[in-house]
Design a protein around this ligand. Sequence first.
Ligand code: SAM
Length: 296
Amino acid sequence: MQVFLWAKEKELSDFGTLFIVATPIGHLGDLSFRAKTLLTEVSQIAAEDTRHSQRLLNHYGIHTPLFSLHAHNEHERSDQVIELLKQGQNIALITDAGTPLISDPGYPLVARCHKEEILVVSIPGPCAAIAALSISGIPCSRFSFEGFLPAKTAARENELSRLKEDERTLVFYVSPHRVVDELNDMIKVFGQDRLAALVRELTKQFETVLRGNLSDILKRLETDPNQLRGEMVLIISGLSKTSVMADNKQQEIEKMLRILLDECPLKQAVKIAADISGEKKNAVYAMALRLKKSIE
Ligand code: SAM
């Protein structure tokens, strides 16, 4: 199979080509046939963690030499890769899992290649963000990939505030050590009612999708520590116009309840507020209880 030579520019250049190759995010069977052939045929493979990637190559009987290109050496390594490409070598870039550059190393190298007029070709395949979106049951016609949120709470809250009014679905990579803190911050900034999906361990034995509003998901994590294991993508629906209306209505009911609770018993306050607003009694009752608690 001819993997390299269908790009017209390639025929016109003495330079080699940089191939950006997606690798499995769990299930080893997800390496594409084209990716396997390509990784066998290139001169060298730049890998984020050579020991990790060696296991994938061994699995497929690929003997191409590996060298490291990771977050801490990618600027200097990119110079060396550019030299190899200029000498006419074809080089593949892979990372530990999924598509390089997507919350992974590779951007400086690709940018350099474009500057030097070296051809960059994609060998597409797994990407956790896209796989998670496609099974989340949350609208994915328009979405914003946000990668990892900052580790520090203040910076994280700033970032979330910037996203609060975004109507697109939001996609985050989350680490199991931070997911509870992150969900708490999201509830603080977005409110607890946004529909979300926590997609865990894609393509692996314990692949799971937890769906519900943000507080349902948080509760589930707090009561079932198994749900805190492994790799995760968190998908959150964007701000909907109806949720803005619901927010406004909620604020009005809360205002009414504050006044009524000063004047009459809880049951009566709930009945009056429900009658005036047309909201279900149970929902108004829950709001009144929350208010009473916050007042006490
Ligand atoms: N470049 C990769 C891609 O295309 O998906 C992402 C690399 S980023 C350093 C690693 C993060 O991706 C993990 O912390 C997790 O949020 C997500 N991820 C990777 N593999 C996953 C999997 N099998 N299931 C769920 N999330 C995964």
